[in-house]
Design a binder for this molecule. Structure first.
Ligand SMILES: *[C@@H]1O[C@H](CO)[C@@H](O)[C@H](O)[C@H]1NC(C)=O
Ligand SMILES: *[C@@H]1O[C@H](CO)[C@@H](O)[C@H](O)[C@H]1NC(C)=O
Ligand SMILES: *[C@@H]1O[C@H](CO)[C@@H](O)[C@H](O)[C@H]1NC(C)=O
Ligand SMILES: *[C@@H]1O[C@H](CO)[C@@H](O)[C@H](O)[C@H]1NC(C)=O
Ligand SMILES: *[C@@H]1O[C@H](CO)[C@@H](O)[C@H](O)[C@H]1NC(C)=O
Length: 505
């Protein structure tokens, strides 16, 4: 298995074909990491898949340059089975992933649309999925990939749909987005308030920041709180012991423990950072997508504890546990060089484009940073994966174009244009999960009366997409009820005509 990444995506990264893992070598086709949509849990599809249609709309390549006449087609999905003329339009805004029908077949947005006879739409973000504006993904061709363009695409889309979809001319538009698309809906309201009535932003980060030290702080806190003190102690001890071995120059012991394919060169910072980052980042996924009923953190902690019965040190237990988790039978390739090689493609057919990492990583270098480093003392994972490695990846993946200074300048630009945690919006309902490592970058105080911010205890990233369910916490039910009330208020539905939604089993 190749070194994977020191950056955990905003949305889930899934490992394909785990079952056929066996031989690990760099570039192994089985060790692909794909981005996928945010999780829509708990309920089964309400609408049939053939209720969902695909459409394509012509967009300008550059929305801000009238002299550029190039264009491309943007994909969207729609479901009008419940739509009545003048009913509202609910748009789930696609982020850095490929759209699929599920998002407009069920879930809380679906339920709201169904109750209000709304039209359901799911838009695909330029450069993701099948929406491919350019011939390839070389640095030069990536110039039209940014949120400013994506929001302008959405604006043009909304105006066009209202003009052309029968019965939609007078429809009010509600946007829903989660994760990066939660960011998008908030900023859409800021830039194009005349086009929508309101927005629901789930787990959207708003503050661009290069060194995102808070991420692993939340991860560490969640492990401690949910997995227990023994678990967090084991992890902390393991990383301390790992750092001690590195300080003592004991590369052979680290090589043995982590079944490294190649000797560990302790003088090569990038290799060391890559190793420590990989070994830590397993917990990112567990916490970011934690769901009480699946008990993933608890199970991982119990698994780790089991290994302690056979081993003498916490590091040995941790190493055994992680080799097991990654299903490493032969060896694990930790080197930065192999990582770079496997991430180096620029064609749409390369896995790094299909996994959408090339596009998303570019956006982090050009707009947000958000590198989940070991820069805080309040984490369980030591201090051996500083932000430097992520910044180096920006330089190495895109022809040396990005530098630490330019990346800082790019995040500053984003914060200046969109206002970071002061977006000055109306009618945006923002939700965050208590254990969501992205929450520290999100809105943390009510913007105004009609733009409240709600923290959901015990939940993580994008965990409130599903229907109101019988297994939801009271806080979750209250939040989903509130957004439905707000949506109806924003649409101008008089109080006596407003509806409520019952829980779904
Ligand atoms: C990428 O596409 C551009 C525009 O079509 C083309 O000029 C360039 O040669 C391509 N580069 C690669 C590496 O395919
Ligand atoms: C925590 O570890 C201590 C010492 O090894 C042990 O006695 C205790 O049972 C453990 N607690 C849990 C909840 O596993
Ligand atoms: C490396 O660490 C192992 C385990 O602690 C120890 O047995 C070995 O002697 C160490 N080797 C060196 C060269 O320090
Ligand atoms: C502990 O060692 C025994 C005997 O070698 C083995 O059967 C068992 O699977 C090991 N447990 C773990 C958690 O590795
Ligand atoms: C990280 O990079 C900065 C410059 O961008 C440098 O000052 C610092 O020493 C580097 N840190 C490490 C641990 O190499």
């Amino acid at each position: 298995m190749k070194a994977f990444l020191v950056l955990f995506g905003l949305i889930a990264t899934v490992q394909l074909s785990l079952a056929v893992f066996g031989e690990f070598k760099h570039g192994d086709k089985n060790s692909k990491y794909f981005k996928k949509e945010p999780p829509l849990r708990a309920t089964k599809p309400v609408a049939a898949v053939d209720a969902v249609y695909e459409g394509w709309i012509k967009q300008r390549m550059d929305n801000f340059d009238p002299q550029n006449t190039e264009s491309f087609y943007m994909r969207y999905l729609f479901n009008f089975e419940n739509f009545q003329p003048d009913g509202p339009i609910f748009i789930f805004v696609g982020g850095e992933w490929t759209v699929s029908p599920g998002m407009i077949q069920f879930g809380h947005m679906y339920d709201m649309a169904q109750a209000l006879n709304g039209l359901l739409i799911y838009t695909e973000h330029r450069y993701y999925g099948e929406t491919r504006p350019t011939a390839n993904l070389t640095l030069d061709e990536l110039r039209y990939l940014n949120i400013d363009q994506a929001l302008a695409d959405l604006a043009h889309f909304i105006v066009t749909i209202k003009q052309t979809f029968p019965g939609a001319e007078n429809s009010g538009v509600i946007l829903v987005g989660c994760s990066y698309s939660g960011t998008m809906v908030t900023w859409f309201m800021q830039k194009y308030p005349h086009l929508i009535k309101g927005a629901w932003a789930l787990s959207g980060p708003l503050l661009a920041q290069v060194d995102f030290v808070e991420y692993q702080e939340v991860v560490s806190r969640a492990i401690h709180q949910v997995g227990g003190e023994n678990c967090s102690n084991t992890i902390r001890n393991a990383f301390e012991q790992m750092e001690t071995l590195a300080e003592q120059g004991n590369a052979t012991e680290l090589q043995r423990l982590f079944k490294l394919c190649k000797p560990l060169d302790l003088n090569n910072d990038l290799d060391v950072w890559s190793l420590f980052g990989d070994v830590a980042s397993t917990w990112s996924g567990l916490v970011q997508y934690y769901y009480r009923h699946d008990r993933d953190i608890e199970n991982a902690c119990e698994g780790l504890e089991l290994h302690k019965t056979n081993t003498t040190t916490d590091l040995e237990a941790y190493a055994q546990w992680i080799m097991n988790r990654w299903r490493i039978n032969t060896c694990y390739d930790h080197t930065y060089e192999s990582f770079l090689e496997s991430w180096s493609g620029t064609s749409w057919d390369d896995w790094i484009a299909q996994s959408e990492w090339r596009q998303w990583y570019y956006q982090t270098c050009a707009e947000y940073g958000w590198y989940q480093s070991s820069g805080s003392e309040e984490i369980l994972f030591g201090s051996n994966f500083p932000v430097n490695i992520s910044v180096q990846i920006c330089s190495d993946l895109y022809n040396g174009f990005f530098t630490p200074t330019s990346i800082q300048g790019n995040t500053d630009r984003t914060n200046i244009i969109y206002g970071a945690k002061n977006p000055s919006v109306r009618n945006v309902y923002s939700t965050h999960g208590e254990h969501d490592p992205w929450a520290p970058m999100g809105l943390d105080a009510n913007e105004n009366e009609d733009s409240p911010v709600v923290y959901l205890p015990g939940e993580s990233h994008c965990s409130d997409l599903g229907s109101i369910g019988v297994r939801d916490t009271p806080e979750m039910v209250a939040s989903k009820t509130r957004i439905f009330e707000l949506v109806q208020k924003w649409l101008g539905i008089p109080p006596e005509q407003q509806k409520t939604l019952p829980p779904v089993a």
